[in-house]
Write a protein that binds this ligand. Structure first.
Ligand SMILES: C[S@@+](CC[C@H](N)C(=O)[O-])C[C@H]1O[C@@H](n2cnc3c(N)ncnc32)[C@H](O)[C@@H]1O
Length: 459
């Protein structure tokens, strides 16, 4: 088991960084698992993801057998204990003795635990190892409490989901949130066809499947670093989940048109729009952070797209020269990101109060962006969250305050029926990330009269 030592060490260091420095798991793993073999990097990734997805249950088992209250245990030691429990309870192929011994070693070396703490770790983990086939069952007073514990989601979120989706869909959503997310590559059809990309990936030992519902997409595994793939470097693919492509399907920009992508970095939707426009017209890709614009420029260059132009712009600030200047405007606004919790399991532990200001920002962005849409033009609002307060409630407030827009019916590859104005995509239903997309059209002629309101989109 010695060869896996560094994998566990990398995982523990990544968990420390996520908790102590508010780091995201992917860059933390990239940093701490750098230099590990493919197998060890995969183990480190599985450990970090597994602990984050099952933290509440790990703590429940630890608390049951611990003689010390978990609050009194040093947080780093607790991370190491959680990792050990995760290995013993959820990972079939790790012998319990290895999980215990390696964790004791990590407590000593990485946490600099004193002899008393090391004894505590050793004793507690050996007790759990002895009882691993007869662990206690949670006994909760409410469904929200049980689901929070069972699926390690914060209570406020479980309560919101129960309110929004009901019991069955909430359970399915929470279960899906803890499933591994597939990696989807969208083929740049201007440069290659899906079959060619597929066979090149197969030749390189990558496991590939054609996506079940989204055209020109491949679901891949065993890739190692995606940026190192030849097909990526040559600009034949973009890494983009099916859900994220749906706002561009809804936008449906035509060649030679003028598109504004208000919140564009790192650029996935701009790239897809520009490709669908066959590299004609223009896509103005904005972001509020300058350093993020470089990502868009790099991506456009890699993909061979020269119809993308970047602009540093706060999407909530009006820019007079853009008034009614765009045929299509996409507002893929900053959001709580809970729809991509499969890829960012740590998102559930971020400060919930920081999310409260989002609806105000989102509404300000979409209202401002609406002014840039030409008469008869299209506006799409999207988020990668499933929370009603950032989705349906924003749409409702927007339509109430901006009556010259009407909702549009549209079709999406992942939806069997046409969408009437807006849709929330759910992993357990649509087999994509959680996502929301709404489509509106600015009426060509709009007149408001107090007695007889005339709304016409025919003219
Ligand atoms: C959901 S991400 C966009 C993802 C992007 N559309 C894509 O598909 O790659 C939201 C982006 O909005 C940017 N952002 C946040 N506040 C903004 C604002 N007020 N104006 C413009 N961009 C903003 C963030 O920096 C972030 O890059």
């Amino acid at each position: 088991m010695r060869e896996n030592t560094s994998a566990r060490e990398a995982a523990a260091r990544a968990l420390f960084a996520i908790r102590e420095d508010d780091a995201w798991s992917a860059p933390a793993l990239k940093k701490y698992a750098a230099g590990l073999s493919k197998r060890d990097a995969a183990l480190a990734t599985a450990l970090v993801g597994g602990v984050l997805q099952n933290q509440a249950m790990c703590d429940f088992y630890l608390a049951h057998y611990s003689k010390v209250r978990l609050k009194k245990v040093h947080p780093r030691v607790l991370d190491v204990l959680r990792m050990a429990v995760y290995q013993m309870v959820w990972m079939d192929r790790v012998p319990n003795s290895a999980a215990v011994n390696e964790s004791v070693r990590l407590a000593r070396s990485l946490c600099r635990a004193d002899a008393r703490t090391v004894n505590y770790v050793n004793g507690l983990l050996r007790t759990i190892a002895r009882h691993v086939d007869q662990l206690p069952q949670p006994d909760c007073e409410t469904k929200a409490e049980y689901y929070s514990l069972r699926y390690s989601h914060p209570r406020w979120l479980t309560e919101l989901y129960l309110e929004q989706f009901g019991v069955k869909q909430t359970r399915l959503l929470l279960e899906a949130d803890n499933e591994p997310a597939p990696t989807v590559l969208r083929v740049n059809t201007r440069k290659a066809d899906t079959e060619t990309v597929k066979s090149r990936l197969v030749q390189q030992g990558v496991s590939v499947q054609v996506h079940e519902s989204v055209p020109n997409c491949l679901t891949v595994s065993g890739t190692g670093s995606l940026e190192q793939l030849d097909v990526f470097r040559e600009g034949l693919v973009t890494v983009q989940d099916g859900a994220s492509q749906m706002s561009v399907y809804a936008l449906d920009p035509k060649p030679n048109s003028r598109v504004l992508d208000c919140c564009a970095a790192p650029g996935g939707k701009s790239f897809f729009a520009a490709e669908r426009m066959e590299n004609t017209g223009s896509v103005t890709s904005c972001d509020i952070y300058e350093h993020k614009l470089h990502k868009i420029q790099e991506g456009a260059q890699r993909l061979g797209l020269d119809n993308i132009h970047t602009q540093l712009q706060d999407a909530a600030q009006f820019r007079p020269e853009w008034e009614e200047a765009f045929d299509y405007v996409l507002c893929d606004v900053p959001c709580s990101g809970l729809g991509i919790i499969r890829k960012k399991p740590e998102i559930r532990y971020k400060d919930a109060s920081a999310l409260e200001s989002l609806p105000e920002i989102q509404l300000a962005i979409v209202k401002n962006a609406a002014r840039y849409v030409k008469k008869g033009g299209i506006l799409v609002y999207s988020t990668c969250t499933v929370l009603r307060r950032e989705n349906e409630e924003i749409v409702e407030a927007f339509l109430n305050s901006t009556p010259q827009f009407e909702k549009q019916t549209f079709s999406l590859p992942v939806c069997e029926q046409p969408v009437d104005g807006s849709v929330t995509l759910l992993p357990q239903v649509h087999h994509t990330d959680g996502f929301f997309v709404a489509k509106f059209r600015k009426m060509a002629y709009y007149e408001k009269d107090d007695s007889t309101q005339v709304l016409s989109s025919e003219i």
